[in-house]
Design a protein around this ligand. Structure first.
Ligand SMILES: [Zn+2]
Length: 181
């Protein structure tokens, strides 16, 4: 039995667009992924890969291989986080983020999640926990970034003190030069 694969995307109203029909599953995935990567500019909220059996008579000749839903990303907050199926896997298609959640291939009781932009990877017990781990990663990076931009009060005072001493030292030096000339 031969099959064809069609990546299909849909708007909130359910109006569907078929992106093509392919004899290779891999090609259908490539086309869908390429679309999701640029979906930020569209109002598409869901997608799927539909499989048709060729030369098949009857209603059962069609099924959905994978479904995707668009959500806000727990890390970058862009609406570029695509969740596959019933929380089976997820990935942010924002190139500057790329956060992801996936069940471990070898150990089905383990979930992994990551944020490539910050070179972070963590383990979790289930999808929900992995999602929370991503939120934690963002929180940690935000607080680290804030600390970096805003030095502590003590550090700020020390810095001002150092500046003042440098100015006084320069004044002293120039006075000294005046005197010795
Ligand atoms: Zn993201």
């Amino acid at each position: 039995m031969k099959q064809v694969f069609a990546p299909i995307v849909a708007t909130p109203g359910g109006s569907e667009t078929t992106l093509g029909v392919f004899s290779k599953e891999e090609d259908a995935w490539d086309v869908l992924r390429a679309f999701l990567a640029k979906a930020g500019e569209t109002d598409i909220v869901s997608g799927n890969i539909t499989v048709w059996e060729i030369d098949y008579v009857g209603e059962d000749g069609q099924f959905i291989l994978a479904e995707f839903d668009r959500n806000p990303c727990p890390v970058c907050e862009e609406r570029s986080f695509w969740v596959e199926g019933d929380n089976e896997r997820a990935r942010c298609y924002n190139l500057r983020c790329g956060s992801w959640i996936e069940q471990n291939t070898f150990d089905s009781s383990r979930w992994d999640c990551g944020w490539p932009a910050a070179n972070w990877e963590k383990r979790a017990d289930d999808y929900k926990q992995a999602f929370r781990r991503l939120i934690e990663m963002r929180a940690q990076s935000t607080s680290a970034g804030t600390e970096h931009r805003m030095p502590s009060r003590e550090a700020w005072l020390n810095e001002k003190d150092r500046e003042r001493r440098t100015i006084q030292q320069n004044k002293f030096n120039s006075l000294n030069e005046d005197i010795t000339e």
